[in-house]
Design a protein around this ligand. Sequence first.
Ligand code: SF4
Ligand code: SF4
Length: 199
Amino acid sequence: MGLPGSGLAKGLAVTLRTMTRRSVTAHYPDVQPELPARSRGVIGLFEENCTVCMLCARECPDWCIYIDSHKETLPAAAPGGRERSRNVLDRFAIDFSLCMYCGICIEVCPFDALFWSPEFEYAETDIRDLTHERDKLREWMWTVPEPPPLDDAAEEPKEIAAARKAADKLAAAQAAAAESASGESASGESAAGEGGGDA
Ligand code: SF4
Ligand code: SF4
């Protein structure tokens, strides 16, 4: 058994030690926390990239992604070709009252249509408001941070390489078209000049 009052002294010593340490309590909401850029706050949808493949909805362990779509038939690209069909998105919603922020939907999306945003201030008093529809999911895209710069020795991303290839192809086609147009106008002028000499 210890000395009488030793427990009290120990308690006071702990209190004194803690009083002199720097506080780790965040004064939220007066002071905003400094979150890492890649924090899992909310999910943004970049609708233009979504092909309605349904992979995210199928892989979500909580079944909290709701997607509706319909098919649209597009005319053939060339005469005699086949008509094409494509999926048109009617609804894309995520129920954040069920979401467990595992990130599987973002990982599996083959078309880079889903992104993490560090925004977390979307508490609601009505649980139904935690289902964010496509417009709200798009709004979250504005809060998605830029990707960190690539390492100097990193390979060029395949999207950039593909975009550069497409731009080069387009520029070459435009240059060829401009060249042939100028050739035609030059031959037209010389033909007109010859015609003028006969007259
Ligand atoms: S983060 Fe996980 S639980 Fe949330 S919507 Fe995506 S797959 Fe579903
Ligand atoms: S996985 Fe990506 S492309 Fe497919 S439906 Fe989901 S968000 Fe759209």
